[in-house]
Ligand binder design. Structure first.
Ligand code: ATP
Length: 506
């Protein structure tokens, strides 16, 4: 149809030009009509729809597009089903749901869940962040809250929707305990206004506004906000487990051409601890790498490198000199050998490419997602961390500052052991322990693991040297290299007997 109209218009223009008639007014009028047509048919952005600086347009996200959050989705759907059948709620005398609080780390899909909730309930979606209410002047934050709720009502009416979902990210900034802030008058007024609006005081219209708040600091919220009748439901949105990661990876690679060697299951194992946002970034980075190499498909190697990038940051231009490179290689190999001896098949990659703040690193692949850590697990992690500095000492004769981050992590792990009542101190209240006692126990735990790492490195010194040479040549080496050479040594790998022997009695 459009082609016919365009054809006729072109023929008309040629005709007018042929008879030397001025066609400028015709073109101007034509343009005006075209613009009017686009506006009335909804193909132009309707400027009147803008709802203030805090609001963004509603979305078309569906629950099926959110991976690895089965429990959160189920709980949310149960709550939303109430909203979907308002008549039944009235019949049963149930008061409408006012608020849902989502708690979880960044990038786990809280915003996506709120958008999907709006879609599911055929509501308008308006989002804002707690930080947008931080004002120096008393009353301004409260006024913004009022405006926002007003906008929700207006938009619901304009778009003839069932209600509105008002998503407030970082709600802890707006809803922290009253009186806890330095400029508390302003904060308190803003929070009071939010409570008033949620209670619906003074609103005669029947529009349902569901407030969905997101935070990863629930302990700082004012109790009035989380009491029943306000945030009625609390939903935990956790980091995805391995199956969840796989599901999210499938969602984010759906539109990407993958090579035959891409094993999403393997990638989900390697991406241990990744959030949904990190998995999205990982898929995106892999695609960028493939494009830079002029490849038509994304292969496993792109994903593996993308994991390093998302985990450790961008490659750095830092150029360590020859001696430093050797030290870094020996250090990383030390971690890898201790890691592989104590946890066979755990080392995924060892590299001496500077990324982010680190000059080199190893990536371990846990055999499963842990919910709890045993004493043995924590001690083993300390031992692996000590493997780097011990290798430097045994191979190069002295240690360096390159181990300070390993020491910090070891201290944190040792404190965890004490905190959990797993140290020789037994079950204690850490608050009542003196700094000296804590320090002494931390030192004992770490020095025991340092001795254990020393025993392992001493019996595998030639492998540490060989691995370091390989790293200096290739910059990157897979855990397979260490496994192959440990196997060659034979008798002791990967049997439990050897691990106990190498580790010595603890
Ligand atoms: P924050 O707390 O930092 O605001 P959030 O929990 O609200 O983060 P989202 O904004 O929902 O996280 O997620 C950011 C992006 O990460 C999404 O646009 C999506 O691409 C991806 N993502 C996060 N979680 C998931 C998931 N569960 N399934 C699919 N994609 C996800």
């Amino acid at each position: 149809m459009i082609e016919v109209v365009l054809g006729i218009a072109l023929a008309l223009i040629i005709f007018l030009v042929w008879f030397e008639i001025n066609i400028l007014p015709v073109i101007f009028l034509g343009g005006l009509f075209f613009l009017l047509y686009r506006m009335t048919s909804g193909k132009m952005p309707n400027l009147n729809n803008s709802i203030g600086k805090t609001a963004r347009p509603s979305s078309s996200i569906q629950f099926e597009e959110i991976g690895g959050q089965e429990v959160a989705k189920k709980e949310l759907l149960e709550a939303l089903d109430f909203i979907k059948s308002p008549d039944r709620i009235k019949e049963m005398g149930i008061r409408p749901l006012k608020g849902i609080l989502m708690i979880g780390p960044p990038g786990t899909g809280k915003t996506l869940l709120a958008k999907a909730a709006a879609n599911y309930t055929n509501s308008v979606f308006i989002s804002t962040s707690g930080s947008e209410f931080v004002e120096m002047y008393a009353g301004v934050g409260a006024q913004r809250v009022r405006q926002l709720f007003q906008q929700c009502r207006q938009k619901t009416k304009n778009e003839k929707k069932n209600g509105a979902v008002l998503f407030i990210d970082e709600i802890d900034i707006l809803g922290s305990k009253r009186g806890s802030n330095s400029s508390h008058m302003e904060y308190d007024q803003t929070l009071n206004q939010l409570l008033t609006e949620m209670d619906g005081i003074g609103n005669k219209d029947d529009i349902n506004i569901l407030v969905m708040g997101a935070t990863n600091r629930p302990e700082s919220l004012d109790r009035a906000l989380v009491r029943p009748g306000r945030f009625d439901r609390v939903i935990q949105v956790e980091l995805p487990d391995r199956e969840g990661r796989l599901e999210i990876l499938k969602l984010h690679t759906k539109n990407k051409p993958l090579d035959h060697d891409v094993d999403l299951d393997k990638i989900s194992r390697e991406a241990y601890g990744f959030s949904g946002a990190q998995l999205e970034s990982l898929s995106n980075e892999a695609a960028i790498m493939a494009m830079r190499e002029n490849k038509k498909v994304l292969s496993l190697k792109h994903f593996m490198e993308a994991i390093d990038k998302v985990m450790m940051g961008e490659k750095q231009d830092k150029k360590p000199d020859k001696g430093e490179l050797k030290r870094i290689a020996v250090h990383e190999c030390g971690h890898a050998v201790v890691g592989e001896v104590l946890k066979p098949n755990s080392v995924s990659v060892v590299t001496i490419t500077p990324r982010g703040k680190s000059l080199g690193y190893i990536r371990q692949q846990p055999e499963k997602d842990y919910l709890l850590y045993t004493k043995d697990y924590l001690e083993t992690q300390i031992c692996i961390l000590m493997g780097g500095t011990v290798s430097e000492k045994l191979v190069l004769g002295e240690q360096s500052t390159g181990s300070s981050n390993d020491f910090n992590q070891s201290v944190e792990l040792a404190k965890k052991i004490i905190d959990a009542g797993l140290s020789p101190l037994g079950v204690v209240s850490v608050d009542h322990l003196s700094g000296e006692v804590i320090q002494k126990n931390v030192q004992d735990i770490i020095s025991e693991q340092e001795k254990r790492a020393t025993r392992i490195i001493k019996s595998n010194l030639s492998l540490v040297k060989k691995g370091a040479e390989e790293l200096l040549k290739e910059e990157r080496m897979s855990g397979e290299f260490i496994r192959k050479h440990l196997k060659k040594k034979g008798s002791f790998w990967p049997g439990k007997w050897w691990r106990k022997k190498a580790a010595g009695s603890r």
